[in-house]
Write a protein that binds this ligand. Sequence first.
Ligand SMILES: NC(=O)c1ccc[n+]([C@@H]2O[C@H](COP(=O)([O-])OP(=O)(O)OC[C@H]3O[C@@H](n4cnc5c(N)ncnc54)[C@H](O)[C@@H]3O)[C@@H](O)[C@H]2O)c1
Length: 333
Amino acid sequence: MLNVGLLGAGRIAGVHATAITTHPGSRLVAVSDINAEAAAKLAKQYGAEARTTDAILNDPAINAVLIATSTDTHSDLIERATAAGKAVLCEKPVDLSLARALACQKTVAPSGKPVMIGFNRRFDPNFAALKAALDKGEIGKAELLSITSFDPAPPPVAYIKVSGGLFRDMMIHDFDMANFIMGAAPVTVSAVGTSIVDPAIGEAGDVDTAVVTLTYADGRIAVIKNSRRAVYGYDQRVELLGSEGLLQAQNMLENTLVKSTTAGVTGAKPTYFFLERYMPAYKAEWAAFVEAVANGAALPVTLADGINALAMAEAATQSAKTGQPVTLASVTG
Ligand SMILES: NC(=O)c1ccc[n+]([C@@H]2O[C@H](COP(=O)([O-])OP(=O)(O)OC[C@H]3O[C@@H](n4cnc5c(N)ncnc54)[C@H](O)[C@@H]3O)[C@@H](O)[C@H]2O)c1
């Protein structure tokens, strides 16, 4: 049985608390948050104790921690948790700063403790099926990847200001998805961004709509499209053109009803947002972590994967500012 401490008691922590407590191989022992009230509430809801982060890290009976705190705390908490001997699953992104994330990787490496980064979309059954079909050679060789990722509505500008920007906060998932599917890092990253949805997002120094093109050493291309607003719901699709066919992972819909009348043919909207769309993925992600830790097996998503995606976010942020393609090598040094 994996005894777990949950750090953070915000939006995503609730999702993880569900995954931890519904898995037969894990038990949620304690929850911490700098907002003690939030920790107490979440702990009570899931039959756990509210404690300080120190108390969780100093408890030898706790084997693993799940870090679901604000992004600017991730590197520090990964370092403290691994130093305390815990296995770690940390939410994306690793950090707001690539340099800080690289320093964190150096610090934790000697501990040998497993650190997994929460790129939950790899565990979405639709995207996992696409990857499996590609790996089985069902469409020949991958040539052109297209990822569409639109949120239903933008977050508050106060969130945008501390998020690290669209490329680090939102498109980071799509950078990891590109790495997952293409099985290699790109050579160049070219980005354009605009704040057409909400000028206040632009005033806060961010973009809310962006397109990134990735080129690969062997000639392959990937295109990622992000928007903070799609009025019809959470639009999450992946399309991969190969030498012998096409794979398309479509949206999950609220229901499968299709109404056909003289007025036309209509169907349900995509599920509203990440909680609705990705709950099976969060559960599968947690199950993969528990299994790897229990068996001492390799983690399916590593700290290095988190850093690779962050480097692409850094390159895209630079490219969107300068209008020039940025080589990944120039960012990672
Ligand atoms: N994988 C996904 O789909 C997904 C979805 C949403 C958020 N996230 C990531 O999860 C993280 C949290 O996002 P959220 O939306 O839940 O934010 P949130 O603001 O709802 O929750 C963050 C919580 O962390 C607490 N906190 C901050 N610093 C702390 C510290 N030092 N120690 C303990 N608690 C601390 C805050 O008080 C807050 O309750 C972010 O890094 C975000 O990028 C991932």
